[in-house]
Design a protein around this ligand. Structure first.
Ligand code: IMP
Ligand code: MG
Length: 200
């Protein structure tokens, strides 16, 4: 589903300083997540599924998606971090490994956004090595213009242009994940020096 070029929703006053415009409203997200769940359900045909979700950006999307998935499922996470503080992909760091056994299982791998493709193309071989029956990939957002790896997702919520977005789980320097919509940040936000976050 292509996201409409201009969304009628206004940025809530609380976020106007940081967010230039709403790209995908909470109502659009809710509608699309439901239809995405229907597509996945149809393909998985009631088979027991291991949902493997990448931390941290998937948390809001995942919570909404799985409550609409009428499948017997187990849930696990892989921690992977691809950005330093900016908007460009850095080196990947694994911060949490998978605990559930996926051998012979149907796996649904969930990520927030497919951008350059570096994250999925390093997570997929690790998962394949665990010999699942099959792996399907699901992303909320796809930015096809930025791709450097030859990779696609099986289920895509919205295909978006090359803009840096935050909200509904997506962050800039670990901020803005709690926005209930997907919004485009004011460019001046990237230009300000950001304070490092993480353990002191
Ligand atoms: P990739 O490895 O370049 O495909 O990027 C995937 C990861 O980069 C995602 O899981 C996000 O954490 C992050 N990312 C990519 N584009 C954006 C964006 O527009 N906003 C916030 N995070 C992004
Ligand atoms: Mg991120």
């Amino acid at each position: 589903m292509k996201v409409k070029p201009s969304s009628p929703s206004a940025v809530p006053p609380r976020w106007r300083k940081d967010v230039e415009r709403v790209l995908i409203s909470d109502a659009q997200l809710a509608r699309r997540v439901k239809t995405l769940a229907r597509e996945i359900e149809r393909d998985f045909k009631g088979r027991e599924t291991v949902v493997v979700s990448l931390l941290n950006g998937t948390v809001l999307f995942l919570a909404d998606l799985i409550r609409h998935l009428n499948l017997p499922l187990r849930l696990d996470f892989i921690g992977v971090s691809s950005y330093g503080l900016g908007t460009e992909s850095g080196d990947l760091v694994f911060t949490k490994e998978l605990r559930l056994d996926v051998r012979g299982r149907d796996v649904l791998l969930v990520d927030d956004i497919l951008d350059t493709g570096k994250t999925l193309s390093s997570v997929l071989p690790k998962l394949r090595a665990l010999k699942p029956r099959r792996i399907k990939t699901c992303v909320l957002l796809d930015k096809p213009e930025r791709r450097v790896k030859n990779i696609h997702a099986d289920y895509i919520g919205f295909s978006i242009p090359d803009v840096f977005v935050v909200g509904y789980g997506l962050d800039f320097a670990e901020r803005y994940r709690n926005l209930p919509f997907v919004g485009v940040l004011h460019p001046q936000i990237y230009k300000e020096p950001v304070q490092p976050v993480g353990p002191k």
